[in-house]
Design a protein around this ligand. Structure first.
Ligand SMILES: Nc1ncnc2c1ncn2[C@@H]1O[C@H](COP(=O)(O)OP(=O)(O)O)[C@@H](O)[C@H]1O
Ligand SMILES: [Mg+2]
Length: 287
């Protein structure tokens, strides 16, 4: 076998050193961003405090029902912002945020409403959120962040309009179904599905999609941190992600979160019942 000459080896070594150097720079950048995020979170926490105190003081002064509704939605958003700030501070402390047994319907409705109110009118929002969803043991503000990132990415992929659909379903994966999903495993899962009819992933974006700072968006439009954060959060929840995308044909993300407190036998019976019922959507109906 011919031996590579010295200059070839030198070039390889120098490429390897360059790659390592890039990795070190990237890690340093991440660390600095972490510090910056913690400082911003502290400041934001202080700024949010007077708003939080003022909201209940304002309520008795409002006679108008529409104004009171507005104040209610302000309070909900405020709660969400506080939770997000708390999450960053807890993360910096190494606590990783609070997990609790939660139903996910309200969160999905909230995200769908946010998209309806803030996305351009040429994007149609569809939702399919059954009421009999299994619960999950989750950190609500982290899952909120996941859904928001996915919806914002979907919006950005549909500059000329399209349809964003939010769905949820109970899904009992058997070993064969699980084997078809990267990182998948069998068991009962709550699946959150976000579909868009946008550009689809470009092959270049696809190759590096989970890497921090990978963005195809113009400077100032994208940070490239959305998908890597999503993956970290879902792995932290012991879940996994299924992606389907094709250039020009849209994108579909399915987030699998382990259902909590569902014995396997009960899950199997429920899925069979749901399959028989024409009212419920067919479980695991990958479209
Ligand atoms: N729904 C989608 N459709 C098409 N491409 C997408 C979609 N979501 C993400 N991408 C691609 O993945 C890249 C990384 O996404 P993300 O990590 O959220 O960072 P950012 O949105 O800041 O660019 C995007 O720049 C885009 O190229
Ligand atoms: Mg993004």
């Amino acid at each position: 076998m011919p031996q590579p000459d010295n200059s070839q080896q030198d070039r390889r070594t120098s490429k390897m050193v360059d790659r390592r150097y890039d990795q070190v720079l990237r890690l340093e950048r991440l660390e600095n961003m972490g510090l910056l995020a913690t400082r911003v979170a502290h400041d934001l926490n202080n700024m949010l405090a007077p708003i939080k105190m003022a909201i209940p003081m304002l309520r008795p002064a409002l006679n108008d029902a529409a104004a009171r509704n507005l104040l209610d939605s302000l309070e909900t958003t405020m709660g969400r912002a506080t939770a997000l700030v708390r999450q960053i501070l807890e993360y910096a402390d190494g606590a990783g945020g609070q997990f609790q047994l939660v139903p996910i319907q309200d969160l999905l409705e909230e995200i769908a409403l946010f998209a309806t109110e803030t996305f351009p009118p040429n994007i149609r929002i569809e939702e399919q959120i059954p009421m009999d969803l299994w619960q999950v043991n989750a950190n609500l503000s982290q899952i909120h962040q996941v859904l928001l990132n996915l919806c914002v990415n979907a919006r950005d992929a549909m500059v000329h309009g399209g349809t964003l659909s939010l769905r949820a379903e109970n899904c009992l994966l058997n070993a064969a179904m699980a084997a078809e999903i990267e990182g998948g495993r069998a068991g009962p899962f709550l699946v959150l599905q976000i579909d868009d009819t946008g550009t689809g992933f470009s092959p270049a974006a696809m190759a590096k999609m989970w890497e921090p700072f990978m963005t195809t968006k113009k400077a100032g439009k994208g940070s490239g941190l959305g998908l890597s954060t999503i993956r970290d959060i879902i792995v932290h929840h012991q879940g996994f992600i299924q992606l389907r995308t094709a250039p020009g044909k849209g994108t579909s993300f399915r987030i699998h979160l382990p259902a909590a407190g569902i014995p396997k036998a009960k899950a199997a019976i429920e899925v069979v019942k749901a399959k028989r019922s024409l009212v419920s959507s067919t479980p695991c109906n990958r479209s």
